[in-house]
Design a protein around this ligand. Structure first.
Ligand SMILES: [Zn+2]
Ligand SMILES: [Zn+2]
Length: 351
């Protein structure tokens, strides 16, 4: 049996760089990628910190790109040697929602590296990974253009998650407020700028994150130094923002979003909510006629748009990378990410 190295979550807070069997294809729609770059995502912290229940010994990771080394007999879009990036979510392509063009609601959705409950796919923080339904779930990395591998790496998850959160409710000229300047929030702000927002406001409490938001072209508002509602109302003739993005996934962020949105506006939620219920000012939301949209990101529907914008240099998510480490240092990498010592860590499986 051939072996490979991978990041294994033994139990909450215990990630090991360990040797495991190299994965095999089980379906004619599969390809095997030799992983060249893989990143740690905020979502990886849900199993790491024990917030979602997951079986022991899962190979983590759902942001990765690499070179195709094996191709199933039913795959038409890829051949051995192609370089490609995978969507973090794999959809079936055939169910009611997939047929309706809404694969994020696919009843057969599977996410890499998050255990049996989310489809049981081994993750990409490894030397090799199987990508099912490759024709639907993967995109070739363009061989020419402004986008680097580090930019394209994020089209499979955070860049497209942030983009979709804006794009699904966006009208050119909108004022977009983003609550939370983590990687997805900054990707949403970058997308709003690229799509033609009149103004983009980013609300956070960490000065370094707000500085990055301003470098992207947004207006940074420090929630510790003043009321973000005043700042947003000042910028919008006292109406509020057309779109508010909750890129945090916490009740306090959603409450803030409710206050920042104008009457008739939209709250779009790429932040992850796992709780059964939360408190919302429902009467105010109803009176203001605010629409709320959320759910698992519709990656495959928007990857082509995002790849095109990355490739002409309008979206450059690689600027969010704070650390580059070898996969062999993955234990340390998770500790740093968990302790908020890194914005975005890219791991090299060859090191
Ligand atoms: Zn993710
Ligand atoms: Zn489906």
């Amino acid at each position: 049996m051939e072996l490979m190295k991978a990041a294994i979550l033994r139990s909450p807070h215990v990630v090991e760089y360990a040797e495991v069997p190299r994965p095999q294809m089980t379906d004619p729609g599969d390809v095997i990628l030799k992983v060249e770059k893989t990143a740690i995502c905020g979502t990886d912290l849900h199993p790491y910190e024990g917030r979602i229940e997951i079986e022991d010994d899962v190979i983590l990771g759902h942001e990765f790109l690499g070179t195709v080394v094996e191709v199933g007999s039913a795959v038409g879009q890829f051949t051995v040697g192609d370089r490609a990036v995978a969507s973090c979510v794999v959809n079936c392509g055939h169910c009611f929602s997939c047929r309706k063009g809404d694969p994020a609601r696919c009843i057969g959705s599977r996410i890499f590296g998050l255990g049996i409950a989310l489809g049981g796919l081994d993750g990409g923080q490894a030397e090799y990974v199987v990508v099912p339904n490759a024709d639907l779930s993967m995109r070739k990395i363009p061989t020419i253009g402004a986008g680097t591998d580090d930019d394209h790496l994020f089209t499979g998850d955070i860049m497209t998650t942030g983009y979709e959160a804006v794009r699904r409710v966006f009208t050119p000229g909108d004022t977009v407020a983003v609550v939370g300047a983590g990687p997805v929030g900054l990707c949403a702000a970058m997308s709003a700028v690229a799509l033609g927002a009149a103004q983009v406001v980013v609300v956070d409490k960490v000065a370094a994150r707000l500085k990055e938001a301003e470098a992207i072209g947004a207006i940074g508002v420090n929630a510790d130094e003043g009321d973000p509602q005043d700042a947003v109302y000042d910028l919008t003739d006292w109406r509020g923002a057309d779109i508010v993005i909750d890129a945090v996934g916490h009740e306090s962020a959603l409450l803030s979003a409710c206050r920042l949105a104008r009457a008739g506006g939209h709250i779009s939620i790429p932040g992850v909510y796992l709780e059964e219920s939360i408190n919302l000012p429902f009467g105010e939301l109803w009176l203001k006629g605010i629409s709320i949209t959320g759910g698992v990101a519709n990656i495959v529907n928007y990857m082509d748009e995002v790849t095109a914008l990355v490739n002409v240099g309008k979206l450059n998510p690689s600027r969010l990378i704070s650390h580059r480490m070898g996969l062999s240092e993955v234990t340390q990498a998770y500790k740093m990410f968990h302790n908020h010592e890194a914005t975005k860590i890219v791991l090299d499986p060859g090191k």
